[in-house]
Design a protein around this ligand. Sequence first.
Ligand code: SF4
Ligand code: SF4
Length: 279
Amino acid sequence: MKKWNMVIDIARCQDCNNCFLADKDEFVGNDWPPYSAAQPHQGHRWLNIERKERGQYPLIDVAYLPLLCQHCGNAPCIKNSPAGTIYRRDDGLVIIHPEKAKGHKEIVSTCPYGAIYWNEEANLPQKCTGCAHLMDEGWTQTRCSQVCPTEAITLVLAEDGEMARMVQSEELQEYRSSLATKPRVLFRNIHRWNKVFLAGNVVYKDTDEVAEGVRVTLASDGRAVGEAETNNYGDFKVDGLDPGEYVVTFKAKGYEDLCMPVEVGEKSTSLESVFLERD
Ligand code: SF4
Ligand code: SF4
């Protein structure tokens, strides 16, 4: 049977919050039995957009991470909640039963992603249902994927084997893979969220002009780990790194090679201008 999977491209999300609003439009004030009771007007973010800034001014970037229930194949919420309160459908969607889960506030803390919210008025834990009520009607999109203007969120209905091949060929990754929850939500460009970069600006010292086309290589323990070329503003960025100590080398025709140690921090590192000397 085809199952529900979601692919989210971090590099495409612009934080427009259309997906957040579509979720509100679908669930606030609306009961969708047997899958969900109405979401309250305030306090719940079944689809939440997290934000992270990396680097130092002016060489910074900002990433947006849409987070929702990961519809885990190995779900801690199912394992650690009273039997029958949470279950998985044949299409992979994980559902909190809106009747059987009543009064079980402890369910909120069973999700390591913080995807479950407590509805005080309804006395109920709640979360994203993957628009199960719409899937039952033959929809092939969730409300959030349908409204995303940049196609940052896409829904993939596929057999498990087909999905595994897609994960491999498109290098899709899990968010917080160390949790080993087998999430059905997978990400592209997650390095924008969980890795760091080294950036900088290169200048020719003799002319005081920005240096375009300079080859920048980064090594760790003598092993090349990344490379880049300066653009027409003299800027470069080597991304997808772990925080730590590296050696960076700059090479430009007619100029002396420059080699220096750098420490790339937890929030990424943007170097101040680097000056190259004539041969
Ligand atoms: S609708 Fe798409 S681009 Fe807008 S915040 Fe949601 S995921 Fe990001
Ligand atoms: S993300 Fe949390 S609520 Fe969703 S299935 Fe996984 S453990 Fe359960």
